[in-house]
Design a protein around this ligand. Structure first.
Ligand SMILES: Cc1cc2nc3c(=O)[nH]c(=O)nc-3n(C[C@H](O)[C@H](O)[C@H](O)COP(=O)(O)OP(=O)(O)OC[C@H]3O[C@@H](n4cnc5c(N)ncnc54)[C@H](O)[C@@H]3O)c2cc1C
Length: 273
C-alpha cells in the first residue's frame, strides 16, 4: 500500500481570510469595513497578495492559525502515526481504528523501509516475520479473540489512515521539524507530500513550508554540528555556530563596517605609484 496524501479541502479564500486577519490588527477600521472593501473590489487581489507577503516576513504568526487545511493520508505505518500524533496544537486527527477494523487480507499489508530491502537477506526475514504475525493475528480472530486484543501482535509496520485538519501556523511548525533531514524518513516524506499539495493549491503561502534552516524560516541549522555536516543541504544553509562565530568576530572588532579609510586601502592596491 503506497503512502498517499490528498489535500481534501481548505477553508475558502485563504488569502483573503489572512488579509482580513492581519488588516484587523493594523487598521482603525472595523472588520466589517475591511471586508466591505474586499467585497466591493476596493482592495485588489494583488494588494492582498503583496500585503500578505510583507506580513509573512515578520514574526506575527497568529493570523496563520485562521488558514485551515484538511488532508486524507493513507498507507503510512503505525510507526509514523506515533510520531505524527505528538503534534498537539492546531491539528486534529481521525485515525483508522484497530478495534473496529479487522485486517482480513490473506497477507497483512505492511510498510517496508528500503533499508530492509537493500540489506542482503533481510527482506526475506522481514516478509517471513510479517507472514507469521498475519497467521497468529488471523488465528486469534478465528478463535474469538476480539480485534482490540488480537491487534496486540501487530507490528509498527502496520499501515494506517488519517483524516487531519491542521492550521497553517502549525503546519509551518511541523514542516520546521519534519522536513529537517534529522526527522525520520517516512514522516519526512509524508510532510513533503503535504507541502507539495499546498504549494499547488495556495502557492503564495505554500513556499513558506520549509525545514527550520530554510531562508523563509529560522534561516540556520540548530541541530548538532555533526548532523549538519552530513545533511544534504548543510552546504547551502549555515549552522548557528558559524553565525555566532561571525558575531563574535564582529563584536571583537575584527569585523566592522567598511569605512572610507578601508576603501582607500584597496583602491590602488597592486597599482601603487
Ligand atoms: C527529530 C525528532 C526526534 C524526536 N525524538 C523524540 C524522542 O526520542 N522521544 C520523544 O518522546 N519524542 C521525540 N520527538 C517528538 C517531539 O518531542 C515532539 O513531541 C514532537 O515533535 C511534537 O512537536 P511539539 O512538541 O512542538 O508539538 P506541537 O503540538 O507541534 O507544538 C506546537 C507548538 O506549541 C508549543 N507547545 C505545545 N504544547 C505546549 C505546552 N504544553 N507548553 C508549552 N508550549 C507548548 C510547542 O513548543 C510548539 O512550539 C522527536 C521529534 C523530532 C522532530
Amino acid at each position: 500500500m503506497p503512502l498517499e496524501v490528498t489535500l481534501i479541502d481548505y477553508a475558502r479564500d485563504p488569502l483573503t481570510k489572512l488579509y482580513g486577519a492581519y488588516r484587523t490588527c493594523y487598521t482603525p477600521k472595523t472588520p466589517a469595513e475591511v471586508w466591505a472593501e474586499i467585497g466591493d473590489g476596493r482592495i485588489a487581489p494583488a494588494t492582498i497578495r503583496d500585503f500578505i507577503q510583507e506580513r509573512l516576513k515578520t514574526g506575527h504568526a497568529s493570523p496563520l492559525e485562521q488558514v485551515v487545511f484538511w488532508f486524507g493520508i493513507s498507507g503510512v505505518s503505525r510507526s509514523l502515526s506515533h510520531q505524527f500524533v505528538r503534534h498537539r496544537i492546531g491539528i486534529s486527527f481521525e485515525q483508522q481504528s484497530q478495534r473496529y477494523v479487522k485486517y482480513k487480507e490473506e497477507r497483512l499489508d505492511y510498510v517496508t523501509p528500503k533499508t530492509w530491502e537493500k540489506t542482503p537477506g533481510m527482506r526475506a526475514e522481514y516478509d517471513r516475520l510479517m507472514a507469521e504475525i498475519t497467521r497468529v493475528y488471523q488465528l486469534a480472530l478465528e478463535r474469538g479473540i476480539p480485534a482490540e486484543d488480537a491487534r496486540f501482535v501487530l507490528p509498527n509496520a502496520t499501515p494506517t489512515n488519517f483524516q487531519v485538519m491542521v492550521n497553517f501556523a502549525e503546519l509551518l511548525h511541523i514542516a520546521d521539524l519534519r522536513l529537517c533531514w534529522r526527522a525520520q524518513w517516512e514522516i519526512r516524506h509524508m510532510v513533503a507530500l503535504m507541502r507539495r499539495e499546498i504549494v499547488k493549491a495556495v502557492p503564495e503561502i505554500g513556499g513558506y513550508l520549509q525545514p527550520k534552516c530554510g531562508d523563509k524560516r529560522m534561516g540556520y541549522c540548530d541541530e548538532p554540528v555533526k548532523d549538519w555536516e552530513q545533511c544534504p543541504i548543510g552546504k547551502v544553509r549555515p549552522h548557528k555556530e558559524q553565525i555566532f562565530e561571525l558575531f563574535r568576530q564582529y563584536k571583537s572588532g575584527h569585523l566592522v563596517p567598511l569605512g572610507e579609510d578601508d576603501l582607500r586601502k584597496v583602491e590602488d592596491a597592486g597599482n601603487e605609484e
